[in-house]
Design a protein around this ligand. Structure first.
Ligand code: ZN
Length: 242
């Protein structure tokens, strides 16, 4: 049995028909609000399909299925009339195109929302987004912290050298901590001070006890420098965590 396509039967064109896409006319309200955008949207519409009128039923269209027949003739059909034609292939195509258009629109909406948010942020942050502002402050805070840490690195040097010389898992770890500007726990601090004083004599000897307070003082000074460095950053950049 040979069935004739309903559009071919109505002399609209020659089967098989294929669909090139769906073109939507811009809203008339856009012409009032933003004539430039309206004319741009109009000029970007595909040509030669007789957009705006359904070739099947003659109704005015907003959404136009762009149809090409076997002879290469182009015309527009309303989505309802595509459905009514009973052409399964065309209907499937319409579904795929609409799904793709919805995906595209969602992405466009998402980008527009992000842009609008950033625009608001730039108004408040003297031209920067929140992210850019944070990055700028983070860099400044790091520079400020590094400046304060020059003194720390200078004064921690004797401790680091001795700990490296001493070797072993604990001493290596403590030396590395100090190199990174990390203060060891209180217990570890006391051990380090002992190690320093032991350079002068065995534990609790006269020489040991003589030198211990000096190292204790030096180490406390280190802790103080670090605390001050952190405080300076926190005061100037309260939102930044280094
Ligand atoms: Zn129609």
């Amino acid at each position: 049995m040979c069935t004739v396509h309903v559009w071919e039967f109505s002399n609209i064109g020659k089967a098989p028909f294929s669909i090139k896409g769906i073109a939507s006319l811009p809203e008339h309200s856009l012409a009032e609000h933003n004539p430039h955008a309206y004319h741009l949207a109009m000029s970007e519409l595909p040509k030669g399909y007789g957009l705006g009128t359904c070739a099947v039923c003659g109704q005015a269209l907003k959404n136009n299925a762009l149809i090409i027949d076997d002879n290469g003739n182009k015309f527009s059909v309303g989505l309802d009339c595509v459905k009514k034609a009973g052409d399964k292939g065309l209907q499937e195509e319409v579904k795929l195109i609409q799904a793709e258009q919805r995906r595209t629109q969602r992405e466009l909406d998402r980008v527009a929302r992000v842009k609008a948010k950033e625009q608001e942020q730039r108004k408040i942050n003297k031209g920067l987004t929140d992210e850019e502002l944070y990055a700028k402050h983070l860099k400044s805070a790091q520079t400020l912290h590094n400046k304060s840490m020059i003194k720390f690195h200078e004064q921690s040097e004797p401790f680091i050298t001795t700990l490296h010389k001493q070797g072993g898992f604990f001493c290596q770890g403590m030396a590395e901590n100090l190199e990174m500007g990390i203060i060891p726990t209180l217990g570890a601090q006391l051990t380090i001070i002992d190690i320093m004083a032991k350079q002068h004599g065995r534990k609790n000897s006269k020489a040991f006890l003589e030198h211990k307070p000096t190292y204790k003082k030096q180490f406390n000074a280190l802790v103080k420098i670090l605390k001050k460095a952190d405080e300076r950053v926190l005061k100037k950049y309260p939102n930044i965590r280094l």
